[in-house]
Design a binder for this molecule. Structure first.
Ligand code: NAI
Length: 267
């Protein structure tokens, strides 16, 4: 590998929810840059298989339920006990949800907020405390969503949680700068993962493909490329930012695909 492709040599990198999907793709990309992988997931067998496939001698597997504060504390203690440090957190664990506003019940609402917002907070706080205590800075990337920026159908709980996470990123950036902890947010659009396969039916897929200027779903690897950049020194002055990786979905307004251009003065 070239020197440029080993930008994260020796960095201890935790990805929550890294057993599959976007988290796993990010973990692979960080390892390709020289990072030491730590995958923590509620699916311990999946996390173990993922770390084994990465083939890194120092890789670590942990079971965590991010919604459980004690479980999160034990996760960070185990990382510090094993490696003595934590350099990178990718705060990725999350669940989907597509229940219409008039139908969503209290259990689904609370579970979604518990994992996608409270869980992300527990993880970020515990990791930031470990980084601050060591005094050598760190990198934190929260994985929010386009659904936290736009009012999508069926996205009441999910969108509210992700919007909260985006704001939390800004607060973290403000408060953690003095500790040298660099905090940013990635907002994926529609990404082809197990979560999307479960949550998106054919009509949803067609709607996404129409509304996304690039007319396709993204890949987990495209999110991973953005994460590597934000974890690298090249992004040292990017702070409190949300990087949308969405094929232009957030930028789009009126779409006239297939229709004639509107004559000047008639639009
Ligand atoms: P996925 O369902 O494929 O993977 C999520 C991982 O998180 C799984 O390994 C799962 O076991 C783990 N997980 C779930 N609950 C957990 C908990 N309580 N504690 C610890 N681990 C837990 O999902 P995907 O698509 O890879 O999503 C990853 C992140 O990206 C999520 O935060 C999601 O909201 C976000 N995202 C995904 C998009 C997509 O189109 N797939 C779009 C926008 C954001």
């Amino acid at each position: 590998m070239t020197e440029k492709s080993m930008r994260l040599q020796g960095k201890i990198a935790l990805v929550t929810g890294g057993a599959r999907g976007i988290g796993l793709a990010i973990m692979r990309a960080l390892v390709a840059e020289g990072a030491v992988p730590v995958i923590a997931d509620v699916n311990q067998a999946g996390a173990a298989a993922a770390v084994a496939a990465l083939g890194h001698a120092d890789g670590q597997v942990l079971r965590v339920d991010v919604a459980d504060h004690a479980s999160v504390a034990a996760m960070v203690d185990a990382i510090v006990a094993r490696h003595g440090q934590l350099d990178i957190l990718v705060n990725n664990a999350g669940i989907g949800g597509n229940t219409p506003f008039l139908e969503i019940g209290p259990e689904e609402w609370q579970r979604t907020i518990a994992i996608n917002l409270s869980g992300a907070f527990f993880v970020a706080q515990a990791c930031a405390r470990a980084m601050a205590q060591r005094g050598e800075g760190g990198k934190i990337i929260n994985i929010a969503s386009l659904s936290g920026q736009r009012g999508g159908h069926g996205r009441a709980a999910y969108g509210a949680a992700k919007a909260g996470l985006e704001l939390l990123t800004k607060v973290m950036a403000v408060e953690l700068a003095e500790y040298g902890i660099n905090v940013n947010n990635i907002a994926p659009g529609a990404i082809e993962t197990e979560m999307a396969k479960f949550a998106h039916d054919q009509a949803t897929r067609a709607a996404y493909n129409y509304l996304i200027p690039m007319t396709r779903y993204g890949t987990p690897e495209e999110i991973a490329d953005a994460a590597v950049f934000l974890c690298s020194d090249e992004a040292r002055y990017v702070h409190g930012h949300t990087l949308n990786v969405d094929g232009g979905f957030r930028a789009a307004g009126l779409m006239f695909r297939g229709s004639k251009a509107i004559p000047p003065g008639q639009g």
